[in-house]
Design a protein around this ligand. Structure first.
Ligand SMILES: *Cc1c(COP(=O)(O)O)cnc(C)c1O
Length: 411
């Protein structure tokens, strides 16, 4: 008899977005005429930029010729893309990486979920709360998170609350934690850490021998010069941090699939006897066993966003979404809501009015304004009392949704 991995049974049964869809469908069956606008989903909507489309066409044509055909690519990704990453994402910020510290992947979700395979099952895990669910669920699947209590807290996880009271700046843990996940700019709150604040985390990690898994999926949305795009802008971070990047939100690659992970050569973890083991060769070994690379087409597409035209076009699309974010912020403020984020990230995090928790407000707005948001509690216990709005809609839909909310609030 095959025994099942029972850790899977501890995971919450309903994924947040399935739960939302169920409630929206229930609404639609009783309100057949209503046209619902979603400001809830975390997917982009604008098409790929022309530079990417040209690169995809070119790469496709090459694949149809005997000389241009490519089969399995290099395990860590093609050098043309890794070199473009070094030259454009890191050198201008004074960060010197070795090309072998870059691992091209099929998007950040896989690697943020898989990276925990490099550490023992009994490490302690810390997360900022609320948080992108992948980090905790991937640890729960192998039993590292422990068991979930009624409030949705895992027994072996250290939660670092981020809320309006602490300005969404998590306090350092009051005890040692082996591994910490940080995501900045943050999904779901849309808030950021300054260089000084991130510096405190790197110091904590170096003093406590803590590993940081740093998710920079939204770095392209940063507008303010004092906000770090990479944790390696902080001295010492190469000794304590892995960093994840994604082209999904940067350039609309949610359907194309491409990203990359940095595992510095200086980064190590200990054996029980205290020997230090470099993680870079371990990750290479892991990837070359379980992953066969990102398609040549996707890598050529990603390379194209580093050309002068590509950079300009990607910047324009991000600017388009950030106009939505600005409109969300200003409209919500004028209606008297308390809102956060939205200045260096495509997410606006709203405190629900007194008397409404996340799900209650979600339903009130769905029934009152026919607009969908994401209940904050779906991202962790500290998300209770908040909802998330995304800036990924069209200008027309975002403006229309805000007009409806304004009408609903002012009746
Ligand atoms: C969207 C997102 C990612 C990127 O996922 P991909 O697999 O690259 O599409 C990673 N981290 C966070 C926090 C995200 O919101």
């Amino acid at each position: 008899m095959a025994l099942v991995n029972e850790h899977f049974l501890k995971l919450p049964g309903n994924y947040l977005f399935a739960d939302i869809a169920k409630r929206v469908n229930a609404f639609k069956t009783t309100h057949r005429q209503a046209d619902v606008i979603s400001l809830g989903i975390g997917d982009v909507t604008q098409p790929l930029c022309p530079a990417v489309i040209e690169a995809l066409h070119r790469a496709t044509d090459e694949m149809g010729t005997r000389q241009g055909f490519r089969g399995y690519g290099p395990e860590q990704g093609y050098d043309f893309l890794r070199e473009a990453i070094l030259k454009n994402d890191f050198l201008p910020r004074g960060i010197h990486l070795d090309i072998d510290e870059i691992f091209i992947n099929d998007g950040a979700k896989s690697d943020t979920g898989n990276i925990q395979e490099l550490i023992r099952w009994d490490n302690t895990v810390g997360v900022t709360d609320p948080i992108y669910p992948v980090y905790l669920d991937s640890n729960a699947m192998i039993g590292r998170a422990g068991v979930k209590d009624e409030d949705g807290r895992w027994s072996n996880v250290v939660y670092l609350p981020c809320n309006a009271e602490n300005g969404f700046v998590p306090a350092l843990p009051d005890r040692r934690v082996d591994v910490i996940y940080l995501c900045y700019p943050n999904n779901p709150t849309g808030t950021v850490l300054t260089k000084e604040e991130l510096h405190k985390w790197v110091s904590y990690a170096l003093h406590n021998d803590t590993l940081i898994f740093y998710d920079a999926a939204y770095q392209a949305y940063i507008q303010d010069d004092n906000i770090p795009h990479s944790i390696y802008e902080i001295r010492g971070a190469r000794k304590c941090a892995v960093e994840f990047h994604s082209y999904s939100k940067t350039a609309g690659f949610t359907g194309v699939r491409c990203g990359y992970t940095i595992v510095p050569k200086e980064l190590t973890a200990a054996t029980l006897t205290g020997e230090r083991i470099p993680l870079n060769p371990l990750w290479l070994r892991r990837q070359s066993t379980k992953f066969n690379g990102t398609s040549y087409l996707s890598q050529r597409a990603a390379e194209a966003i580093y050309t002068p035209e590509g950079k300009e076009q990607v910047r324009a699309t991000i600017g388009y979404y950030m106009q939505n974010a600005a409109l969300l912020l200003s409209t919500f403020r004028s209606l008297g809501f308390e809102v956060y984020g939205g200045e260096n990230a495509p997410y606006v995090w709203m405190r629900t009015p007194a008397g409404s928790d996340s799900w209650k407000f979600f339903e009130e707005m769905l029934y009152g304004a026919h607009v969908v948001c994401t209940p904050g509690v779906g991202f962790g216990p500290s998300g209770e009392g908040y909802v998330r709005f995304t800036a990924f809609g069209s200008h027309e839909q975002t403006a229309e949704a805000l007009e409806r909310i304004t009408r609903w609030m002012t009746v």
